[in-house]
Write a protein that binds this ligand. Sequence first.
Ligand SMILES: [Zn+2]
Length: 115
Amino acid sequence: MRNGRTIRIKDPQLQKIRNSLRDVIIAAVNARLREYRSLQQRRTSLKQFLRQSICCCMTCGRRDRDMVYNKPQNSWYCTECYEGQHEHARKMARIEQKDLSYEDKRMADYYDTFL
Ligand SMILES: [Zn+2]
């Protein structure tokens, strides 16, 4: 038993209409996909804006605490997280830079913003 169903259009005029209709559908879908991508970018931007706002801590996401602004990071941290980052930064500052890997140096640069 064959499951395939073939639709053949032999009239060149009808083929042209069929192809034009397909082009219209494809263009409409592509336009919707562009809208969708634009909304996704806007969503990402809004989420990033919210993450960096005073509304919630950049690290833990809590929103019911006092906040500290970290200017180099352009972000807000709750006092507890900021203090934790600060303490870790103080420990990192004691480590010789030459002993650090590239990734560790990047992390050290990050933690330096909490000193
Ligand atoms: Zn926090």
